[in-house]
Design a protein around this ligand. Structure first.
Ligand SMILES: Cc1cc2nc3c(=O)[nH]c(=O)nc-3n(C[C@H](O)[C@H](O)[C@H](O)COP(=O)(O)OP(=O)(O)OC[C@H]3O[C@@H](n4cnc5c(N)ncnc54)[C@H](O)[C@@H]3O)c2cc1C
Length: 459
C-alpha cells in the first residue's frame, strides 16, 4: 500500500460510485492521484448494488458476468479480490427445465471451438436443421470477421442467416435479451456480434458464465473503495453533486448542503453518473446532446423465498416466456447454490420488462411462481413463503442499431465522463462501465498521449 505525497499529487473528484466511477477511482489512485469519490446514495455499486429488503441483503437485480469481461476481472484482482472465490464459473449454457420442451445445451470443457461443437452435438431439444443453422451462423459470422458493413437489427441478421424458429426462440432471443437488454427486433446486430466474438468466438474461458456469490456492492465497489482509501483517498456517501464550478485554480463541486469536500479545489473531474445527471452537471459548460437522446429498457427481478431445503438441479435455468400466457420469467437463479445464507431463494429475471411495469407486485409474483411450478413440474413452487419484485425502469440504455455513444472526452480540459453508456464495443453492462471508467482515468493520467483504441468502437 502506498501513501501519496499530498503536496504534489493531483487532486481529482470522481462523481458517482457505480462500477464506472469505482474503476476510474481505482485507476487514478493506483497512479498516485489523490481521489475523492462522491456518491449520491448511501451504498456503492450504482445499478449493481446491494439493497436491504426486510432486514435482508438482496441485489437490486440479478447480474451475470462473462469470462470475456477482462477489464472487470483485472480490476477485481487489482483491488485484492480472488475472483474464483466470489464468482461461480459455469460453462456457457442454455438449459431449460425438462418439462419445458426446451433444449439442453452446455459447452464441454474442451478447448475452443470443440467446447461448442461437442456441446452442440450432444444438445437435446434441437434437431438437425436447428444445429446446421447454428453452425451456418457461426461460420458466416467468423467469415465476415464479426463485422457488418452496416448495422441492422438482430432479427434482420438472424433472418439473413436463415435461423430456424426454434433456434430463435430457445437460443437467440433469450441470448439477445440477456446480453443487450433489448428485444431482437430492436437490438443492434453489430453489438450482438461483438459480444459473440469475444465470448463464443474466443477461447473457451471467455464464454464461461460467472455468477456472483457475494452481494453486488461487496463484489467490487466496496473493495474498490477500500483500495482508494488505503491510498489516502476519500469516499463520501450520501453526497449528490449538483453543480460544478470552474475557477482559476481548478474545479469546485457543490452539493445540496455544505458537506465533505465542498470548497475543496480539484485539478480534474470524472463525471461517472448515468447520462441524465451527467447532462445536468454539464449544463452551461458544454452541450453533449447524445446524453439526453438515449432511450432506456427496464429489467425486473422477482425474488421468491421458499423453505431452505428447496433446490433446483442446476444453479440457473432459462425459461420459456410467453407474456400473453402470463409467463414472464426468462431466467431463474437458485441463489442458495451461490450463497448458503440464501438457501431456498430463487431470483427470476425479466429483461426488457416494460410489459410488466403496469402489473401490480402481487399479480406478477403469483404469475411467476405459477410459471416456475409448471416449468419444473413441481407444484410446491407455486407457493413461495414470500416474494419481492424489484424493477429498475432505467436499467440500461436501449441498444439499438447505429446508436451514437459519446467518447469520454467532453471537450473541456480535465473534465471527463464515464459510464456504461460511453462509446464501447459492448452493450451497457458492467464491463462497458469498467472499461469506460478505466479509459476516462487514463485520459486524465496520460493527458498528452492519445488513448489506445482497444476498447472503443466508432460510434
Ligand atoms: C436489474 C439490472 C440487471 C442487470 N444485469 C446485468 C448483467 O447481468 N450483466 C451486466 O454486465 N450488466 C447488467 N446490468 C447493467 C449494469 O448494472 C450497468 O451497466 C452498470 O452497473 C452501470 O454502471 P455505471 O457505473 O455506468 O452507472 P451506475 O451504476 O448507474 O452508477 C452511477 C452512480 O452515480 C450516482 N449518482 C448519480 N447522480 C449523482 C450525483 N449528482 N452525485 C453523485 N453521485 C451521483 C448514482 O447513485 C450511481 O451510484 C444490469 C442492470 C440492472 C439495473
Amino acid at each position: 500500500m502506498s501513501t501519496i505525497n499530498k503536496q504534489t499529487a493531483k487532486r481529482v473528484a470522481v462523481i458517482g460510485g457505480g462500477w464506472a466511477g469505482c474503476a476510474a477511482a481505482v485507476t487514478l489512485a493506483d497512479a498516485d492521484w489523490h481521489v475523492t469519490l462522491y456518491e449520491a446514495s448511501q451504498t456503492l455499486g450504482g445499478r449493481a448494488r446491494r439493497v436491504e429488503i426486510d432486514g435482508k441483503p438482496l441485489d437490486n437485480g440479478q447480474h451475470i458476468l462473462l469470462g470475456a469481461y477482462a477489464e472487470s476481472l483485472r480490476l477485481m484482482r487489482k483491488v485484492g479480490i480472488r475472483t474464483e472465490d466470489v464468482l461461480l464459473r459455469l460453462p456457457l449454457q442454455m438449459r431449460y427445465p425438462a418439462a419445458e420442451n426446451g433444449m439442453d445445451f452446455f459447452a464441454s470443457n474442451l478447448p475452443a471451438p470443440f467446447h461448442l461443437l461437442i456441446g452442440l452435438l450432444r444438445t437435446k431439444g434441437l434437431d438437425k436443421d436447428d444445429k446446421l443453422a447454428l453452425v451456418r451462423f457461426m461460420t458466416a459470422a467468423r467469415w465476415i470477421g464479426w463485422h457488418l458493413n452496416e448495422d441492422c437489427t438482430v432479427l434482420n441478421i438472424l433472418d439473413r442467416f436463415n435461423q430456424t424458429p426454434r433456434l430463435y426462440g430457445l437460443l437467440w432471443r433469450p441470448l439477445c435479451l440477456a446480453a443487450l437488454n433489448t428485444p431482437p427486433e430492436r437490438a443492434s446486430a453489430q453489438v450482438f456480434l461483438n459480444v459473440l466474438r469475444d465470448s463464443i468466438g474466443a477461447k473457451r474461458s471467455a464464454s464461461d458464465m460467472l455468477i456472483p456469490k457475494r452481494d453486488l456492492s461487496a463484489l467490487f465497489a466496496e473493495r474498490a473503495a477500500d483500495f482508494v482509501k488505503q491510498r489516502d483517498g476519500k469516499i463520501t456517501l450520501g453526497h449528490p453533486v449538483r453543480q460544478l464550478i470552474q475557477n482559476a485554480s481548478g474545479w469546485q463541486i457543490k452539493g445540496n448542503a455544505d458537506g465533505d469536500g465542498e470548497g475543496d479545489t480539484f485539478d480534474a473531474l470524472v463525471i461517472a453518473t448515468p447520462p441524465r445527471p451527467a447532462a445536468s452537471l454539464l449544463d452551461g459548460l458544454t452541450d453533449l446532446a447524445a446524453l439526453q437522446a438515449f432511450q432506456y429498457e427496464p429489467i425486473t427481478t422477482c425474488y421468491l423465498q421458499y423453505p431452505a431445503n428447496t433446490r433446483l438441479d442446476n444453479p440457473f435455468y432459462a425459461l420459456i416466456d410467453h407474456p400473453e400466457e402470463k409467463k414472464f420469467g426468462q431466467f431463474v437463479f437458485d441463489r442458495g447454490q451461490l450463497d448458503k445464507a440464501q438457501a431456498g431463494l430463487m431470483a427470476v429475471v425479466v429483461s426488457a420488462s416494460s410489459h410488466t411495469l403496469s402489473l401490480d407486485e402481487a399479480s406478477l409474483s403469483v404469475a411467476i411462481a405459477a410459471q416456475l411450478a409448471k416449468a419444473f413440474n413441481r407444484p410446491e413452487l407455486a407457493r413461495p413463503l414470500s416474494t419481492k419484485i424489484l424493477s429498475e425502469p432505467y436499467a440500461t440504455l436501449a441498444c439499438t442499431p447505429k446508436l451514437i455513444r459519446p467518447d469520454n472526452a467532453t471537450g473541456i480540459d480535465n473534465l471527463v465522463i464515464a459510464g456504461d453508456y460511453t462509446a464501447c464495443d459492448y452493450p451497457a453492462t458492467l464491463e462497458a462501465a469498467v472499461r469506460s471508467g478505466v479509459r476516462a482515468a487514463r485520459a486524465l493520467i496520460n493527458k498528452d498521449e492519445p488513448l489506445p483504441q482497444t476498447y472503443c468502437c466508432s460510434a
